[in-house]
Design a protein around this ligand. Structure first.
Ligand code: PMP
Length: 397
C-alpha cells in the first residue's frame, strides 16, 4: 500500500464515531461525519439559525448567503454553475424529479435505457412515471456493457440512466462514451453519481452528461439533502413537479407563474441546516483531495480483493478496479450470518441485496456481503474483517 497516501489521509481523528474503535466498512451505505461537518450543522442549527430567502432581517440574509454559498460549493464539486444545482432530499428524489418532470417534456411513449446493475432508486421512479424500461446487460466482470447499449439504443429512447459507480460491484461507467451513445440517438444521459462523488473527481462538462444525481450523506455530509445537476436548457424546459412556496413568481387563483430553476423545483422551506452542512462536507472532501481519496481507497480495494482471492471459499464479484467497494460471498454462509458474526468483532459490513435486486438475480445470489471504504478506512479494518471471516469459517466448518 502506498504509505504516504495513507498517512496523508489517515484522518480518523476527525471522525468522532471512530473513537469507539469500531471497524466501519459500510461507507457506501452512508459515510461517517467529520467534526467540521458536525460543527457547521451545530452552528447553523444554533446561534446562526434563521430561515432563508424571505427574511428582511440581517440574520435571515446571512443564513441565505450561507445556504447559497453551499449551493455554489456543491456545484463546484461537479464542475457546474450554482443555478444548475437543484437541492433535493437525496439522489432518490433527484431521479424521481427527472423521471416525472422530464417525462412531461417527452410526453407519451417515453422510453429509458437502464442497466442490470442499477439501484432501485434508478429503476422504480421511471416505472412510476410511466417510462417504458429497457435493460442493458453487463459484461462478464460486472460493468455496464456499452457495446450492448450501442446496439440497443434507438431514436425511441429519450433517456439513458446509468450509475457512475455501482453500489454493489464498484464498477465504473465510461460516462463520456455513454453520453456519446445516448446523444447519437437524441437521448439524454442521467448519471446516478451517488457512489462516484465521494471517491472520484467529477466534471459534468467533461463527462458530457445531461443530469447528475447524488446524496450528501455518502459524501460525509448530512442525511436529508442531495443534489440534481442539470443542463440549464433542460431544467428551463421542465415543469415543476411539486407546488408550494418558494417555487413561484406570482400566484393568483386563476393560475401561477413559476420561478426559474433551481427555485422552480424547490417547493417549500428548504433543508437549511443540511444544505449548509452539505457545503461543509464538500469543503472537507476537497481539502483531503478526491484524487488522494481515490488512490487511498484503490489501495485498500487491491489489498482486500487480493486477500479474499487467496481463499478458496470466497467468491469476489465485480472488476479488479472496483471503486471503493468489494462485494463477496462465502461458500455455505449466508451474508447475514457473516455480518452478524463480524459485528461481534466490531466490524460493520453490509449484507443483503443492496437495493439492487435485479443485479442479485443476474449474479444468481439472494444477497452479497459488501465491504466499502471511506477516506478514514485503513489496513487494520481489513485485518479485522479477515479475522472475522476466519472465525466465521471456524463456526460454520
Ligand atoms: N444510487 C446508488 C448507486 C446508491 O448507492 C444509493 C444509496 N444506496 C442511491 C442511489 C440512493 O441514494 P439515497 O438513498 O441517498 O437517495
Amino acid at each position: 500500500m502506498d504509505a504516504p497516501t495513507l498517512a496523508r489521509l489517515e484522518r480518523r481523528g476527525d471522525f468522532p464515531s471512530l473513537a469507539s474503535g469500531w471497524h466501519y466498512l459500510d461507507s457506501a451505505a452512508s459515510a461517517l461525519k467529520p467534526q467540521a461537518v458536525i460543527d457547521a450543522a451545530t452552528r447553523a442549527l444554533g446561534g446562526d439559525y434563521a430561515t432563508v430567502h424571505r427574511g428582511v432581517y440581517a440574520k435571515s440574509a446571512e443564513m441565505t448567503r450561507a445556504y447559497e454559498a453551499a449551493r455554489r460549493k456543491v456545484a463546484g464539486l461537479v464542475g457546474g454553475a450554482e443555478d444548475e444545482i437543484v437541492f433535493t432530499r437525496g439522489a432518490t428524489e433527484a431521479i424521481n424529479l427527472v423521471a416525472y418532470s422530464y417525462g412531461q417534456v417527452v410526453g407519451t411513449g417515453r422510453r429509458v435505457l437502464l442497466s442490470q446493475l442499477e439501484h432501485h432508486s434508478n429503476i422504480v421512479p421511471w416505472q412510476l412515471a410511466g417510462w417504458q424500461v429497457d435493460v442493458c446487460p453487463l459484461t462478464a466482470n460486472g460493468r455496464i456493457d456499452l457495446d450492448a447499449a450501442e446496439a440497443m439504443l434507438t431514436r425511441d429512447h429519450a433517456m439513458v440512466a446509468f450509475a457512475h459507480v455501482s453500489n454493489v460491484l464498484g464498477s465504473r461507467l465510461d460516462v463520456a462514451r455513454a453520453a456519446d451513445l445516448a446523444h447519437r440517438v437524441g437521448a439524454k444521459l442521467l448519471v446516478d453519481g451517488c457512489q462516484a462523488v465521494p471517491r472520484l473527481a467529477v466534471d459534468v462538462d467533461a463527462l458530457d452528461c445531461d443530469f447528475y444525481a447524488f446524496s450528501a450523506h455518502k459524501l460525509y455530509g448530512p442525511t436529508g439533502i442531495g443534489a440534481l445537476w442539470g443542463r440549464p436548457d433542460l431544467l428551463a424546459a421542465m415543469p415543476p413537479w411539486q407546488g408550494g412556496g418558494a417555487m413561484i413568481d406570482r400566484v393568483t387563483f386563476e393560475g401561477t407563474a413559476f420561478a426559474a430553476p433551481p427555485a422552480r423545483f424547490e417547493a417549500g422551506t428548504p433543508a437549511i441546516v443540511e444544505g449548509i452542512a452539505f457545503g461543509a462536507a464538500v469543503d472537507y472532501v476537497l481539502s483531503a483531495g478526491l484524487d488522494a481519496i481515490h488512490a487511498h481507497e484503490a489501495a485498500l480495494v487491491d489489498e482486500l480483493r487480493e486477500a479474499l482471492s487467496r481463499r478458496n471459499d470466497v467468491t469476489v464479484f465485480g472488476p479488479a478496479d472496483s471503486a471503493g467497494i468489494v462485494s463477496f460471498a462465502m461458500d455455505g454462509v449466508h451474508p447475514h450470518d457473516l455480518g452478524t458474526i463480524l459485528d461481534e468483532n466490531r466490524v460493520a459490513i453490509r449484507a443483503g441485496h443492496h437495493c439492487a435486486q435485479p443485479l442479485m438475480d443476474h449474479l444468481g445470489v439472494p444477497a452479497t456481503a459488501r465491504a466499502s471504504f471511506g477516506l478514514y478506512s485503513a489496513a487494520d479494518d481489513i485485518a479485522a474483517l479477515l479475522d472475522g471471516i476466519d472465525r466465521t469459517r471456524r463456526i460454520f466448518g
